[in-house]
Ligand binder design. Structure first.
Ligand SMILES: Nc1ncnc2c1ncn2[C@@H]1O[C@H](COP(=O)(O)OP(=O)(O)O)[C@@H](O)[C@H]1O
Ligand SMILES: [Mg+2]
Length: 302
């Protein structure tokens, strides 16, 4: 991870800070430290995120779908060498699900710690995924965790101090159905990075890494196709449903499994719109870059 960050061009001062952090916080629960399958590409975001976490801040990553929020959060836990707990927020999440609750085992009442409690104890990185999916009332319990008090206040229990190595990284996307506004009290406890769409150069690196056998010509065409969709989206001609990098990667996976380019792009991208007129527009934009009849043998090196 550290050599990747060097390659990425992250400033030496921050890398030194990272090294110091790792030395002054003894490793815990190594099996929980993520080993990332993908790297996040984007030097500026990396620098902002590392600086914020070194300053002891909690981080809120906001942005559209598939801008790498979860990939970055996991990469950060890995770079800082900390165990990670991922908590998916949803409408029914409550204080017990976050902090822990009493359970009845072997004829005894025992406290079973929740993910926030475990982060506090072990200096973990808590990834609060889609934080704005939960009800704001359920989140009030996080206030003392996230501010200067750095303690868990669980009603009926002792105050649990938070390890100096613990950090919280929340993700949110305000577009989705079911999301809420994050209330100001909670938002003020984070520093925020608005996640940009991947740059064309980094798109090329991502596709090269993900699909080493994809021929350069098609790698470039598929990348450009994504940015064409982005332009149409910004111009309001098509809705953001079709702008889905995750869907593009899925489509290329399907092509490598032998599906023709056209149907593969339909499955990954076009069919996420349920409006046949819009589907036609999306197909036209895509066909202008990438023929829909490409076979696996044409797309990939043997
Ligand atoms: N800047 C980036 N660098 C590397 N991968 C990226 C980047 N942006 C998006 N991706 C890719 O997009 C996909 C979705 O990433 P994810 O972190 O799940 O998105 P989000 O949580 O923002 O919806 C992953 O395959 C990821 O590798
Ligand atoms: Mg996500």
């Amino acid at each position: 991870m550290l050599s990747f960050l060097k390659e990425e061009g992250v400033s030496p001062g921050l890398l030194e800070g990272l090294e110091q952090f790792r030395q002054s916080n003894p490793p815990e629960l190594p099996e929980r430290v993520p080993v990332p399958r993908f790297h996040y590409y984007g030097r500026q975001v990396w620098e902002q995120a590392i600086a914020a976490l070194l300053c002891g801040k909690n981080l809120l990553l906001t942005g559209d779908k598939a801008t790498g929020k979860n990939v970055l959060a996991e990469n950060l836990a890995s770079a800082f060498g900390r165990p990670a707990w991922n908590v998916s927020f949803h409408v029914n999440l409550d204080a017990g699900g976050l902090m822990g609750m009493d359970t009845f085992t072997d004829g005894q009442v025992q406290f079973r710690p929740g993910p926030i409690c475990l982060c506090a104890r072990h200096g973990g990185f808590g990834i609060l995924d889609e934080i704005n999916m939960a009800k704001n009332e359920a989140l009030a319990v996080l206030h003392s965790t996230l501010d200067f008090r750095r303690a868990l206040d669980i009603p009926g229990y002792e105050r649990v101090p938070i390890s100096p190595a613990a950090r919280f990284i929340a993700t949110m996307n305000y577009g989705y159905a079911g999301t809420r506004e994050l209330n100001e009290a909670l938002a003020s406890r984070f520093v925020v990075i608005q996640m940009p769409t991947i740059s064309p150069e980094n798109m090329d690196r991502l596709l090269t890494r993900s699909f080493p056998a994809l021929r350069k010509k098609y790698r470039q065409q598929l990348g450009q196709m994504f940015f064409d969709l982005q332009k149409k989206c910004e111009g309001g001609e098509i809705s953001p449903k079709a702008l889905d990098l995750r869907g593009l990667l899925d489509a290329i996976d399907l092509m490598s499994a032998g599906i023709l380019s056209g149907p593969a792009l339909d499955m990954g991208i076009t069919s996420k719109s349920f409006d046949s007129y819009e589907q036609g527009l999306i197909r036209d934009v895509m066909a202008a870059r990438v023929s829909p009849k490409l076979t696996r043998a044409e797309l990939f090196e043997p």
